[in-house]
Ligand binder design. Structure first.
Ligand code: UTP
Length: 294
């Protein structure tokens, strides 16, 4: 049994160009799915898995993330005085749900570089990495919890995976995986391959647990695709040195880092929302965009 994981990194210093102009002055991670910003879904998932030491790697123009997890005394006092108890509880819970640390990536030199920026904060421990723009909702165990279970069993690095259709393979990091005593051992991974070069249809979907060896490898990783320091390049080296396992995550996944996945997440979660779901369903039915419920 390995010691439970506490530390998790949220890289959030990317430029979010696919959402411009929305992300010109607003961090992509603060875009909302119904009434909650993407980064809050990610932090809640991490806390659910017992990962309560959180660092968010931010960059220029990302101050709203820090404000979101901070105490807003004025807002809380106003809501309290106005008797808006439910809203008061919501706002004060967000500010107290976790102690979040922030590290600045001075230039967006790639996901691998963003993770490396948090190395001094992590130290010599295993750690999680979560990309908040991949929204994963699970009825049972959360996505991170599913990874933690394999890590507790093996002590090794574990990567979250999903099957993707052929026409989406070139958008993801794709793994070369083989069954090993009931676990999925990863022998390699390639970033955004053409379908005829892809070793499988299993894509990495933004949930990772790493041994601290990853940091040493990231330090040696040269800029790759897009002139960025790619996490995938360091992971490939890691998988050649020590076991790295994959977990096909059970849950409903939205690639909210691209506008279409983001819109879909808003519609689906909007329809499920306890307060707004019924009204939204009625409006979409009225517009003949969805069939009436029988
Ligand atoms: P993405 O490529 O999905 O995000 O990076 P992006 O760069 O913000 O978005 P586009 O492609 O321009 O639309 C995956 C994750 O890595 C982080 C991003 O914030 C996102 O969470 N990232 C990326 C960094 O933190 N730093 C970087 O230099 C690059």
């Amino acid at each position: 049994m390995n010691s439970p994981l506490r530390k998790i990194i949220f890289p959030a210093a990317g430029m979010g160009t696919r959402f411009l102009p929305a992300t010109k002055a607003t961090p992509k991670e603060m875009l909302t799915i119904v009434d909650k910003p993407l980064i809050q879904y990610g932090v809640e998932e991490a806390l659910d898995a017992g990962m309560d030491e959180i660092v968010i790697v931010t960059g220029r123009g990302k101050r709203a993330i820090e404000d979101h997890f901070d105490i807003s005394s004025e807002l809380e006092a106003n809501l309290h005085a106005a008797g808006k108890d439910a809203l008061y509880q919501t706002v004060s819970r967000v500010a107290r749900m976790a102690d979040v640390a922030y590290i600045r990536q001075k230039q967006p030199l790639g996901l691998g570089h963003a993770v490396l920026c948090a190395a001094p904060w992590v130290g010599d421990a295993c750690f999680g990495v979560s990309l908040a723009d991949e929204l994963i909702l699970s009825e049972g165990k959360s996505a991170m919890q599913q990874l933690c279970e394999v890590h507790e069993q093996t002590g090794a690095s574990v990567i979250g995976l999903a099957h993707v259709p052929d026409n989406e393979v070139s958008r993801y990091g794709i793994v070369d995986a083989q069954d090993e005593n009931g676990l999925l051992r990863l022998h390699g991974m390639i970033e955004k391959p053409a379908i005829n070069q892809a070793p499988s249809n299993l894509a990495m979907i933004g949930r990772y647990i790493f041994t601290p060896r990853l940091f040493a490898l990231l330090k040696e990783t040269k800029p790759g695709t897009g002139n960025e320091i790619q996490l995938t390049d360091a992971m490939r080296q890691l998988a050649s040195e020590e076991p790295v396992y994959g977990v096909v995550i059970e849950g409903q996944r939205f690639d909210a880092g691209n506008p279409c996945g983001f819109l879909l997440a808003n519609v689906i979660l909007g329809l499920q929302h306890p307060q707004h779901g019924e009204t939204l369903r009625a409006a979409l039915t009225e517009m003949k965009l969805i069939p009436p419920v029988r």
